[in-house]
Ligand binder design. Structure first.
Ligand SMILES: Cc1cc2nc3c(=O)[nH]c(=O)nc-3n(C[C@H](O)[C@H](O)[C@H](O)COP(=O)(O)OP(=O)(O)OC[C@H]3O[C@@H](n4cnc5c(N)ncnc54)[C@H](O)[C@@H]3O)c2cc1C
Length: 382
């Protein structure tokens, strides 16, 4: 009998397990795949509390502490090389200056960078693009393809996690003093509490709850360049003008609504939900993205399984207007899907006193999960 069984070994499930283990509980994770391979492995690996609204900035700042403290003991691919928002015109410059003031009052360190400072720090940045930048020195990146596997290894070997890959949970039944979980292969596990962090899988457990909810799924197209020349270093997370016009943190800036009201309604970036981000991986390649296409949870299959090459070409063309990378030759293209609520910042449902569902963390899971799940575990286990 476990004190806690977590269903789903993505970043949200893994950090719930982490905090429960830290609290001395006996914990298992049941993951349906051989290794997690959903949104948690398909993203940029940008840990950017700077882009979140005030509530999620608090979780994100807690996450930074947690990532750094784990990294000090075990390599989970955390690199502390900061994030920058690059403004491309006076409206975006105004927004980064306003966010700088907000962060000064929040006690969150950021630095305004001049155009020349941006050009010196970010090689290849185009002089005709950058007007200025806002830099967050405390922020980190992780390697999305590796981080979760290293974190699970850490939890198994250093914290005593019982981890069961290839275990798809197909039912949960309340036994009065706990829950029996059954897997597709017929294995049974008993836990006092269950937390279901199922990401975007709405067909297996409690499908009726998800169908009736306001959860939606978002498909994002991504690309990875071939490794850049050895001497080319692009440090940290690079977010650009369209991200300034999109991320929640900027919604709290006094001039945000006015800036948005002046945007053309029928642009390709609006149609495909494109904003341009760059992050260099440890082998020198650069992750480029992304786009956003939406469907209701019950219609998730409508998003399709193919990649739209017009979207990719548009993103490459826009990226080239920002940074002259030594090569824009693409080595890999893929899409990732995350779930989110239309009206809330996260989806939480208590099925009964022993079974809790948490998903729909949206585009903020690599940033917010560690901090959010700390508070959630404290609430559930007092
Ligand atoms: C392209 C892209 C870029 C992104 N970039 C960033 C970024 O730079 N920074 C950031 O903060 N966030 C980013 N995000 C968001 C972030 O990746 C997600 O918020 C996060 O990974 C969601 O984690 P999760 O654990 O909820 O879901 P998932 O990663 O989907 O994990 C859910 C897990 O549950 C398992 N599962 C489901 N059902 C069952 C079952 N019945 N039994 C057993 N196992 C089950 C699945 O196999 C899966 O492994 C990005 C997302 C995408 C798609």
């Amino acid at each position: 009998m476990y004190d806690l069984i977590v269903v789903g070994g993505g970043v949200l499930g893994a950090f719930h397990a982490y905090h429960a283990l830290e609290a001395g509980l006996k914990v298992a994770i049941l993951e349906k795949d051989k290794a997690p391979q959903e949104a948690t492995t398909r993203n940029f690996g940008q840990v950017v509390p700077s882009g979140m609204d005030s509530k999620w900035q608090t979780y994100g700042r807690e996450s930074l502490k947690i990532y750094k403290s784990i990294q000090a003991k075990f390599d989970v691919t955390v690199r502390n090389n900061g994030s920058v928002y690059l403004a491309s015109n006076q409206e975006e410059q105004q927004l980064i200056e306003e966010l700088f003031s907000i962060n000064q009052s929040n006690g969150y360190t950021s630095e305004l960078l001049s155009k020349e400072a941006c050009l010196a720090k970010y090689p290849g940045l185009r002089r005709d693009y950058a007007v200025g930048g806002l830099f967050f020195p405390e922020e980190v990146t992780v390697e999305p393809k590796t981080m979760i596997h290293r974190l699970l290894e850490y939890l198994i070997h250093e914290k005593g996690l019982a981890y069961f890959p290839n275990h798809q949970v197909v039912s949960c039944s309340n036994t009065g003093n706990g829950v029996w979980l059954e897997t597709a292969a017929g294995n049974k596990f008993k836990g006092e509490k269950v937390i279901i962090c199922n990401g975007r899988d709405f067909k297996t457990l409690y499908p009726e709850i998800f169908t009736e909810s306001d959860l939606e799924v978002t498909k994002l197209q991504m690309m990875l360049t071939k490794p850049q020349s050895k001497s080319y270093i692009l440090p940290g997370s690079i977010l650009t003008g369209l991200s300034i016009r999109r991320y929640e943190a900027f919604h709290e800036c006094p001039s945000f609504a006015e800036v948005k009201s002046r945007e053309p309604k029928d642009s390709l970036e609006k149609k495909w939900g494109v904003h341009i981000l760059f992050k260099q991986a440890t082998d020198g390649s650069v992750i480029l993205g992304d786009s956003h296409e939406y469907a209701d949870a019950k219609d998730s299959d409508d998003l399709g399984y193919d990649l739209n090459m017009d979207i990719d070409q548009f993103m490459i063309d826009e990226a080239k207007k920002i940074i002259d990378l030594p090569t824009y030759e693409i080595a890999h293209r893929w899409f990732g899907v995350y779930s989110q609520c239309k009206t809330k910042d996260i989806f939480q449902q208590t099925i009964d006193e022993h079974i809790h569902v948490v998903t729909g963390i949206g585009g903020k899971g690599m940033t917010g999960s560690a901090g959010f799940s700390k508070e959630h575990i404290e609430q559930l286990f007092n």
